[in-house]
Design a protein around this ligand. Structure first.
Ligand code: 8YV
Length: 315
């Protein structure tokens, strides 16, 4: 029997591509010299899309794939996949939840500690000899014991909150509904949460429902000197308002792993001395990426074997 043909939208490690190439015919769109020609040649035979959180799959693309039977996402966030289009055609969408939760929460704290304690600057202080010439580096700001607001208390938000407990922080959160099983203070919106936090960490899921969730009102309601961290999606934030607050120092510091229009982010971010930037790398450990790949492959294998899908997202 012919191998199923998959359209691979973004770069994947060889430890995934190699075993997948044994089971499927892979068409690597991201590496193609002429993606349009590649697509035109393989579109009629594509029975699955393999994509990533930040790339997704548009209706315009999927319309061109008459045999499409599954969209498997290497990532938990499926906001860039047109799920309504898939649902209307009974095409399952799978993701990779849980396996990346703790690493993303680690990255939130890495960015928070890195920007608050000025770790990149400390490293430069040692490397360029200022330690010897000027002695101590400028003082930084404390993280432990501060008031934390988590925007979105889902799996990742809860993992962030668990870490914050270990840091002796006072924890509050915002989200669509209060969670009955947590002792943290609830506020319905980021704007309502903001006055209660010295540190705000965005863990909300992306998509239309959270577009601009952390709006100008929320950003302006943060107390002067607040720290902002984002490990979810750039789309959750009014970036113009965030940049203005950072420029003026109303938000003192930010640690950002995600942006609008990645990787072509607003260049002003790279000019600000008070931000610590990462290239959407929160899930990027060997351990987690191996687990994400395995789960994505398990979903594909189940689909093509006619078995229940391990992590299908219900429409
Ligand atoms: C990316 C993510 O998918 O899980 C998500 O939603 O955004 C990330 O884990 C990852 O960078 C793979 O591209």
């Amino acid at each position: 029997m012919d191998k199923p043909e998959l359209l691979v939208m973004g770069e994947l490690p060889d430890w995934d591509l190699d075993p997948m190439a044994g089971r499927y015919t892979l068409h690597l769109l991201y590496g193609a010299k002429n993606p349009e020609a590649l697509l035109a040649a393989c579109a009629p035979r594509i029975s699955g899309i393999v994509t990533k959180g930040e790339i997704g799959a548009s209706a315009a693309l999927m319309e061109r794939l008459p045999q499409l039977g599954i969209v498997a996402c290497y990532g938990v966030g499926v906001d860039a996949i047109d799920r309504a289009w898939c649902a209307a055609r009974g095409i399952p969408v799978t993701n990779t939840p849980d396996v990346l939760t703790e690493d993303v929460a680690d990255m939130a704290f890495a960015l928070l500690l890195g920007v608050a304690r000025q770790i990149p600057q400390a490293d430069a202080w040692v490397r360029d000899g200022r330690w010897g010439r000027e002695c101590s580096m400028p003082l930084t700001t404390r993280v432990w014991g501060r008031r934390l607001g988590v925007v979105g208390l889902g799996r990742i938000g809860r993992a962030v909150a668990r870490r914050a407990e270990g840091f002796g922080m006072t924890i509050a959160y915002s989200g669509r509904t209060p969670k009955p099983d947590v002792p943290y203070a609830y506020h319905p919106t980021p704007a309502a949460l903001a006055p209660h936090c010295e540190i705000m960490i965005c863990c909300a899921m992306g998509g239309a429902a959270t577009e601009g969730l952390i709006d100008r009102a929320a950003i302006e309601a943060l107390p002067p000197g607040a720290i902002f961290v984002n490990v979810s999606r750039g789309s959750c934030v009014d970036e113009a308002a965030l940049l203005a607050a950072l420029r003026q120092g109303r938000i003192a510091l930010a640690g950002l792993d995600v942006f609008r229009n990645e990787p072509g982010i607003d260049p002003e971010f790279t000019t600000l001395p008070n931000v610590l930037l990462a290239p959407h790398a929160a899930s990027g450990t060997v351990e987690t990426r191996r687990a994400m790949g395995a789960l994505m492959q398990a979903n594909l294998a189940a689909h093509f074997a006619g078995q229940p899908l391990p992590t299908e997202i219900r429409p």
